[in-house]
Design a protein around this ligand. Structure first.
Ligand code: FES
Length: 121
């Protein structure tokens, strides 16, 4: 089975091997990485981490809007690695995850695709 290397940029560059079949949350926790999580089905955002490099498949996530995805957030409980990746993990990676909707409202094209039509380019 193809293995990918996961480097944790904010854990002194610690590295782990994962396969592309199982979610990153499950595989990293199984190797002793302390990660926040809640629902484990992609809906609550607690497990979000920032993808610094590489590629993942998180088609099953339903927690992130397009703005958060564009900022590099991945939902570890459903995301699978599709290449070697570098992640920033934990709540300290959440600095761009939330913003005040009154001071800085989402634009229509930043909403989820299923509740708003993406802006035409
Ligand atoms: S634990 Fe809820 S979205 Fe991952």
């Amino acid at each position: 089975m193809m293995l990918h290397r996961v480097t944790l940029s904010n854990r002194n560059g610690a590295t782990y091997s994962v396969n592309g079949r199982r979610p990153l949350l499950e595989q990293l926790r199984g190797q002793g990485v302390d990660l926040p999580y809640g629902c484990e089905y992609g809906g609550c955002i607690t497990c979000a981490a920032k993808l610094v490099a590489g590629n993942i498949d998180q088609r099953r996530q339903i927690a992130l809007n397009n703005r958060q995805i564009a900022n590099g957030y991945v939902i570890l409980c459903v995301a699978r690695a599709t290449s070697d990746i570098t992640l920033e993990i934990g709540v300290e990676s959440h600095d761009n995850l939330y913003r005040n909707p009154f001071l800085d409202p989402l634009k229509p094209h930043e909403l989820k695709a299923d509740i708003a039509t993406p802006e035409e380019l």
